[in-house]
Design a protein around this ligand. Structure first.
Ligand SMILES: Cc1cc2nc3c(=O)[nH]c(=O)nc-3n(C[C@H](O)[C@H](O)[C@H](O)COP(=O)(O)O)c2cc1C
Length: 174
């Protein structure tokens, strides 16, 4: 089984998650590449795709990549600024899954928080008080918490989850 771990990451959070998942995979038949360099997806049986959440959805480059996949076993992972157990996070994962589920088999999903870039927080600071993204104390606290992620625990959980799911596929084939 040839495995590709591929990711779309602007500021590094999703790349970190991708690298932790890749490191946790015990298979020797594995490759990790940013999505930009993953033009040969047809050569793999399993593709684990990671993205940063952009306005509640997979980043554009990840969405374009996901749309093209066919007859693969797919894992989806993502990072976002909001709470990972929120409806918003669930929907952001589901939007990725919806892009592939009709022509592929989705085997695993994971989402965790990721630090918001300093630039985006600076942009929020200059927004008028009635703007949806205007900074409040509650939001600042959330951004401080998001800045601790992906945490060591997030990386460990994701690695274990994807490795175990891949083991279960190998066992099914035996
Ligand atoms: C343009 C932009 C849009 C974003 N939209 C959302 C969003 O809708 N929901 C959310 O929870 N986080 C959002 N974020 C936060 C990122 O998803 C989060 O910081 C993510 O971990 C970034 O991953 P990366 O470091 O791999 O690029 C947004 C960030 C940017 C820059």
């Amino acid at each position: 089984m040839k495995i590709l771990v591929t990711y779309s990451s602007l500021s590094g959070n999703t790349k970190l998650l991708a690298e932790a998942i890749y490191a946790a995979l015990t298979s020797e038949n594995k490759t990790i590449l940013p999505i930009k360099e993953a033009s040969n997806a047809e050569n793999y049986d399993v593709i684990l795709v990671g993205y940063w959440v952009d306005k509640g959805a997979p980043s554009q480059e990840a969405a374009e990549f996901l749309r093209k996949l066919c007859d693969k076993k797919i894992g989806i992972f993502a990072t976002l600024g909001y709470w990972p157990d929120s409806d918003h996070a669930y929907e952001a994962l589901k939007k990725g899954e919806d892009l592939v589920k009709d022509s592929n088999e989705v085997i695993c999903r994971y989402i965790c928080q990721g630090k918001l870039s300093d630039q985006i927080i600076e942009a929020f600071k200059s927004m008028p008080k009635d703007h949806f993204h205007a900074l409040t104390d509650e939001k600042l606290r959330r951004y401080e918490i998001a800045a601790r992620h992906p945490s060591k625990a997030d990386l460990a959980v994701a690695g274990e989850l994807f490795e175990e799911r891949l083991q279960s596929i190998c066992l099914k084939k035996e």
